[in-house]
Design a protein. Structure first.
Length: 141
């Protein structure tokens, strides 16, 4: 399949697919005319890459993980080095910290919104949903 079809099927821009290729995350073959040609399996790989990036993993770690992912949601362990284990443990700890920060921020927003709506309802008698803005912790990546 061509890059446009892969982009459409995965919801990923063509530019981002080319970046994944630059980073060594995907390796399309080339047609005689120079166009990239992707396999059906590249759809799953791109979706895995997107999921890992959304989880906060950098591409350098994803590049090391991809050989251990033989299909979506399945991980096998061929030869994991102690360095890779340490890197993954650090990434896991950082993700846990981000999740805790996001959870605190979500809870703070919910509390603030509840208070704003309750006060608004008490003062105006119009008890309807409204919008609120909250100042949150910054969650570093």
């Amino acid at each position: 399949m061509k890059i446009g079809e892969l982009a459409e099927r995965t919801g990923t821009s063509r530019r981002l697919l080319r970046y994944y290729e630059e980073q060594g995350l995907i390796t399309p073959s080339r047609a005689l005319n120079g166009y990239r040609e992707y396999q059906e399996s590249d759809v799953d790989i791109v979706l895995q890459i997107k999921g890992l990036l959304d989880a906060g993993l950098p591409t350098r770690i994803i590049q090391q993980l991809l050989p251990c992912l033989d299909r979506p949601q399945t991980i096998y362990v061929p030869n994991v080095t102690p360095e890779m284990i340490a890197t993954l443990q650090r990434e896991q700890a950082q993700l846990s910290e981000r999740i805790e920060c996001l959870t605190r921020n979500r809870d703070a927003i919910a509390d603030y919104l509840d208070t704003v709506l309750r006060v608004r309802c008490q003062h105006s008698g119009a008890c309807e949903a409204g919008s609120a803005t909250a100042v949150m912790d910054s969650c570093s990546a």
